[in-house]
Design a protein around this ligand. Structure first.
Ligand SMILES: *[C@@H]1O[C@H](CO)[C@@H](O)[C@H](O)[C@H]1NC(C)=O
Ligand SMILES: *[C@@H]1O[C@H](CO)[C@@H](O)[C@H](O)[C@H]1NC(C)=O
Ligand SMILES: *[C@@H]1O[C@H](CO)[C@@H](O)[C@H](O)[C@H]1NC(C)=O
Ligand SMILES: *[C@@H]1O[C@H](CO)[C@@H](O)[C@H](O)[C@H]1NC(C)=O
Length: 411
């Protein structure tokens, strides 16, 4: 009971702390200030920019290009650099005025490094002190003892100073320039890259076990193609089990390489948040687009159209329209959404009477007929002379998928 309450509370707090739609775009704001271009570049590269954008209240301690170049000279790995930069994102609002009017002249404030849970103890907190003569300093809280014996610029005692206010949107976003990078041994400790998303496991947990099974069974290796985008950006639309089941007969009639293509068609080589899908309406290229291009099949573009739909998101091909049901994974640079229908590219699914002149009433009727029978596999059975062969192969894949789903359920 108590655990439930805590969970509820945690959820409520998480919701309060993040805006439903991003209120501002730190990347865009900083792009108007070329002296912060390196800092801006690394905010994006480490995906901290979107973490900042999701906050209702945040203060970014920006470093100019020369301060960034000193930081980069330390050759930190990207996950470590992310921790260091996260230390520069305070989860409270500090405009220039507030910085110079701190109650009792000092404040301890939490950073995104602290918020990620990667910071042990009080590390991840930043000490702000308003010194004599309006000189404001920032330093990372540090559990390690001061050690100034190594002859180099020491980190523990070094603090960074307020330079100027860059942008203030009271009381949501403040960007202030500080003179040098904050440092703490904890933030600079070698950081492991976050555990990679296990796509098939996540899908299986969210009602897409059959689709996960198809990915595992596909040849050539589709899962491999998906996973090769895990670091650089991937959005997957996985049809729920009921949709895959209803689509079974059609899938069964595809050749193995067409099945692989269909599965590739359900992923994009870029990260898209739900918000981006809603607002960035337009044509989406897919992993199948890339595969077709690699084979120089220029006529086959394997795209679909994404658009907002009554507060949700719809995915339209010329053959069918699917809707997003829920978010399965949103862990930039990877997003997975479940959808209510299998996406059908026009490159693979045509009206059976392909010979009819395009645009004729017969073609339209045929298209309509081909469009509807997802739930009526018996209509399809008679339509295809390859049915027996296709169905057999499909059946095998189906068995594998079912087994995979069963395993997933047991886990
Ligand atoms: C600013 O923050 C407040 C809460 O602190 C929030 O209610 C408001 O929506 C935010 N404004 C914007 C533009 O995000
Ligand atoms: C933020 O702005 C940058 C640069 O203007 C743009 O490339 C990016 O897509 C924007 N991000 C969002 C989430 O709108
Ligand atoms: C911040 O550090 C100074 C020493 O530099 C210390 O006097 C002050 O108490 C600290 N502030 C807080 C809130 O811990
Ligand atoms: C993903 O999870 C499944 C179990 O659901 C497991 O069999 C598989 O090895 C995992 N893959 C990776 C790459 O960890």
């Amino acid at each position: 009971m108590r655990l439930h309450l805590l969970l509820l509370l945690a959820t409520a707090m998480a919701m309060a702390a993040t805006a439903p739609a991003d209120a501002y775009n730190i990347t865009k704001i900083l792009s108007a200030h070329p002296e912060f271009s390196t800092f801006n570049h690394y905010l994006s590269l480490t995906h901290l920019a979107s973490d900042v954008n999701r906050r209702l209240t945040v203060t970014v301690l920006a470093l100019d290009n020369s301060a960034m170049s000193s930081l980069l000279d330390r050759h930190l790995s990207l996950p470590t650099l992310r921790n260091v930069l996260a230390l520069h994102c305070l989860v409270d609002y500090y405009g220039a005025k507030k910085l110079h009017q701190l109650t009792s002249g000092t404040a301890l404030t939490s950073s995104l490094f602290q918020a990620t849970g990667a910071a042990p103890g009080t590390t991840g907190f930043v000490n702000i002190t308003d010194r004599r003569g309006g000189h404001v300093t920032f330093s990372a809280e540090d559990t390690a003892a001061d050690d100034a014996d190594d002859g180099t610029t020491t980190t523990a005692s070094a603090s960074s100073s307020f330079v100027k206010s860059v942008k203030e949107i009271p009381y949501n976003l403040s960007i202030v320039q500080i003179s040098a990078a904050l440092s703490s041994p904890e933030a600079e400790a070698p950081a492991a890259a976050p555990a990679p998303v296990n796509l098939t496991a996540a899908m299986s947990r969210h009602g897409c076990g059959l689709f996960a099974g198809l990915l595992l069974a596909a040849s050539p290796d589709v899962l491999d193609a998906y996973e090769s985008n895990l670091d650089t950006g991937l959005t997957v639309f996985c049809p729920v089990d009921a949709a895959v089941r209803a689509f079974g007969p059609k899938f069964g009639r595809l050749k193995p390489d067409e099945r692989a293509t269909l599965l590739l068609y359900h992923a994009e080589a870029a990260y898209n948040s739900m918000q981006q899908l809603k607002t960035g309406s337009g044509l989406s290229t897919t992993l199948a687009t890339a595969a077709a291009a690699a084979k120089k099949k220029k006529s086959k573009d394997f795209t679909f159209t994404v658009g907002e739909d009554g507060g949700g998101v719809k995915l339209e091909t010329e053959v069918a329209t699917a809707k997003i049901l829920k978010t399965v994974v949103d862990q930039e640079p990877v997003a997975v959404y479940s959808i209510n229908k299998v996406l059908q590219p026009r490159e693979l699914f045509k009206p059976p009477e392909a010979g009819a002149p395009a645009g004729s009433a017969a073609a339209a009727a045929a298209a309509a007929a081909a469009d509807s029978p997802d739930g009526a596999p018996d209509d399809d059975k008679a339509a295809d002379d390859n049915a027996a062969d296709g169905r057999l192969g499909g059946g095998c894949v189906w068995a594998v998928a079912a087994a995979a789903a069963a395993v997933a359920v047991m886990l």
